[in-house]
Design a protein around this ligand. Structure first.
Ligand code: PMP
Length: 453
């Protein structure tokens, strides 16, 4: 009963910097999206597809928002571009900086704008290293991050990341970037309860700091929920302990909210859910709901004051930093989130409903774990539920299941063998039903394909 034409793919990694666009155009089908409205995509053959991944964790307010197009149009006519490089600004960048500092966790009073999450994290590496040098501790240069983390694709941000498929290529990771175990109970939890494992995973951060020497560790960076790593939701015991450890050893805490920011977890920022007060917080994606490229590094007084102390200058900026059209769209996007109560909707209505519907899948023969917070969740596929044993090779079942989902008209993503869902925040309960029911049918087909039935 397929609604979409989607050629099953192999299990190779899906990032193709040199996509063969001509071949893709000839293949057609659901790999080519021509139009979208609300939560639905239309492919090159006119099939309607439910987008349960919000494009790429981006399109929080959904597609086809005339208001955002109008904001861009108006700003382009008013002032299409001016730089923020030489202590200059534009009204939309000023207003957005104000709005973001009011929304962000306490103390994040300074904003540096860029165009992508990668740029934001690259900026942070330079900023933090320079900060410690100005503080008279130039040896404090090492960053600690986690395996499976994703922080971007530039040299520094990919070094922060813990993607096995990236490391070893092109000199990654650069020296000075260390990785520890993620709080991934399903894979690393062994015999520990989730809460005990959360504490053990936090201790791994402390052990790493001590192994390197606290005097050399500049910062710890983590996504509140590791998104592109497979929606790894830490046990509640993890973050408070990591934050305490960072304070104890004077290690800056960077919380990457590129995916979790702007309502995904039922809060403006997931830092609120975990009670975190980061020193630095990168934002992107949902800041404009993906309509235009924009990122922001939110910086606390401690780091910002040092960087500009005694007239000091941090020589850093991009041509498109604070682009007025992008900032105008971001402002209109924030207006929509607030006016339509999207955060409350996720927290009180659709988030709990997604959790409930995903829980229904836990009895499936190839489902090892389900997890979610707000409108981000994962269903972990496995060969043996009782022993949490993966399929061999890891990733094959996920790709098969994803292909079944898309072939049935619902976009979900597979990360290794975790089926990931992260829909627009305007998703209704009926959309969640459709996504979960399609996933259940796809799980049945995957179990067959993997020779389990
Ligand atoms: N940080 C996180 C947590 C991300 O998920 C991503 C992108 N998926 C990035 C940073 C990089 O953002 P961009 O692709 O805009 O460079």
């Amino acid at each position: 009963n397929s609604t979409a034409r989607w050629k099953a793919s192999d299990t190779r990694h899906h990032l193709h910097p040199f996509t063969d666009y001509k071949a893709l155009a000839e293949e057609g089908g659901s790999r080519i999206i021509t139009h979208a409205e609300g939560v639905h995509l239309t492919d090159s053959e006119g099939h309607r597809i439910l987008d349960a991944m919000a494009g790429l964790w981006c399109v929080n307010v959904g597609y086809g928002r005339r208001e955002l197009a109008q904001a861009a149009f108006d700003q382009m006519q008013e002032l299409p571009y001016y730089n923020t490089f030489f202590k200059t600004a534009t009204p939309p960048s000023i207003e957005l900086a104000e709005r973001l500092t009011a929304l962000a966790p306490e103390g994040l009073n300074h904003v540096f704008f860029g165009s992508s999450g990668s740029e934001a994290n690259d900026t942070i590496v330079r900023m933090v290293r320079h900060y410690w040098a100005l503080e008279g501790k130039p040896e404090k240069q090492v960053f600690i991050s986690r395996e499976h983390a994703y922080h971007g694709s530039t040299m520094a941000s990919a070094s922060l990341g813990g993607q096995a498929a990236m490391h070893g290529q092109g000199g990654l990771p650069l020296p000075g970037f260390e990785h520890v175990m993620p709080p991934y109970w399903f894979d690393y939890g062994d015999t520990l309860s989730p809460e005990a494992f959360g504490e053990a995973a936090a201790r791994a951060v402390e052990d790493k700091i001590l192994a390197i020497g606290p005097e050399k560790v500049a910062a710890f960076i983590g996504e509140p929920i590791q998104g592109a790593g497979g929606v790894i939701i830490p046990p509640e015991s993890y973050w408070p302990e990591v934050a305490r450890i960072c304070r104890q050893y004077d290690v800056l805490l960077i919380v990457d909210e590129v995916i979790t920011g702007f309502g995904r977890t039922g809060h403006w920022f997931a830092s609120e859910h975990y009670g975190l007060k980061p020193d630095i917080m990168p934002l992107a994606k949902g800041i404009t709901s993906g309509y235009l490229p924009l990122s922001a590094v939110m910086v606390g007084d401690r780091v910002a004051d040092t960087l500009v102390r005694e007239g000091g200058e941090f020589f850093h900026g991009f041509t498109y930093s604070g682009h007025p059209v992008c900032c105008a769209v971001a402002l209109a996007n924030l207006d929509i989130i607030k006016r339509e109560g999207l955060i409350e909707k996720v927290q009180n209505e659709t988030g709990p409903y997604l959790a409930e519907r995903l829980r229904d899948l836990s009895d499936h023969s190839i489902v090892g774990e389900v997890r979610s917070l707000g409108l981000v969740g994962a269903v972990e596929l496995c060969a043996d539920k009782a022993n949490r044993t993966h399929f061999d090779p890891v990733g094959k079942a996920g790709v098969i299941c994803r292909d079944h989902c898309i072939g049935s008209g619902v976009v979900l993503r597979a990360v290794r063998d975790a089926m990931v869902i992260s829909p627009p925040l305007i998703f209704e309960k009926a959309h969640i039903d459709e996504a979960v029911e399609t996933l259940r049918r796809s799980l049945d087909l995957t179990a067959q394909d993997m020779g389990m039935i």
